[in-house]
Design a protein around this ligand. Sequence first.
Ligand code: NDP
Length: 449
Amino acid sequence: MTPALSSLLDDVLRRNAGEPEFHQAAREVLGSLGPVIEANPHYARAAVLERMTEPERQLIFRVPWTDDEGNIRVNRGFRVEFNSALGPYKGGLRFHPSVTLGTVKFLGFEQIFKNALTGLPIGGGKGGSDFDPKGRSDAEVMRFCQSFMTELYRHLGEYTDVPAGDIGVGGREIGYLFGQYKRITNRYESGVLTGKGVGWGGSLVRTEATGFGAVVFAQRMLATRGRSFDGARVLVSGSGNVALYAIQKVHQLGGTVMACSDSSGVVYDRDGIDVELLRRLKEVERARLSEYAARRPSADYRANGDIWALAAETPIDVAIPCATQNELDATAATTLAGNGVAAVVEGANMPCTPEAVHVLRAAGVLFAPGKAANAGGVATSALEMQQNASRDAWTLEYAEQRLDDIMTAIHDSCAETAEQYGAPGDYVLGANVAGFVRVADAMLALGVI
Ligand code: NDP
């Protein structure tokens, strides 16, 4: 890192004390930008990075709600509106007990570059709450969502800030949030939230988009080494929205996903994961993953198991972490690299620790960072906004083709940028530089704001 970038990073760390995930994301992005800043001194003169690392607005608010026993509960809500140079703030909401301002800031910062990579007119933001939806009834989730939106609505709008889902926020939660927004504002403003149901303003393929897109990105990346998913054996961590549709797409392309996980354990299925059974359990019954093994004779459940350790027991070609940040560490990366894994593709946001990324790259394993590989979700959200604005609903084929085209373009832009900066095959550098340049140029054009 150049001395100027290093001093900027020190400043970011100092001003955002106690936010290790945001520090990690800032260090990773700034660590890639030396060559582009040196070649373009006007970015430094305009303090583009100083501005880009400081959110435009950060909201923290109280969310009181009543549980089914009549007890009053209090959670904390967040929305970080990070950068709107390219369009309205866009990024999901996460409901998980681990959520802090630092988590939301790391996700919002990543979102700026990810959204720029899609080539679509969307800025970066993220939000959420430390509310834990696990084990809560539908009525409790609804009351929480209504209270959350009762504060957040005043900051949203289809031209201002457009949230979507993330961990713990799926179609059910988006429905309750949208209902409350509509009630308070008395406007059917479809474009204010994405991830809506297909029957009421949602887009076909939005639910599948992040997982599908990550696998399309992986397919392009594997092709650069003359490989494909045909016959490939794959590990996918998580069993939520992203994991589920990554698994489905791998199977469509002729690969087999041998295992998936949740925060309690791992399922290994000798015959490959049965997507229909998994979808029914997770989306309809809201069951734990242990239930999958109970219903499938070819599967074993390992409580507290480590999914990446399976690579030492059975041949694996590709790993797709789709659960949460820092779930794949240096030990896991060493196991994957040492057992012949060809590619690691981040379906989740920042699931690999910096040490893991170092191990993978040093071993020559293809590595796709989340801000590029999982951008299909937000890209299809922007396509949902386009359909809402034109009061239109696209066909499945058209929506899927658009996703495919966008993922291919993101892959190619990362690969070409890496090549241009003398680091062929470095998708981390490619994604950070290509995303940065698009946002930085827009910021320059808009003046010092
Ligand atoms: P879901 O809530 O649908 O699923 C999350 C999955 O990850 C669950 O299986 C969950 O297990 C597991 N998980 C969550 N937290 C932990 C943890 N601390 N340790 C171990 N496992 C955990 O979320 P999504 O699938 O939507 O999101 C997954 C990742 O993808 C996140 O990083 C998210 O930011 C990223 N992402 C999501 C997008 C989307 O469109 N949904 C878009 C781009 C990125 P359990 O049920 O036991 O908690």
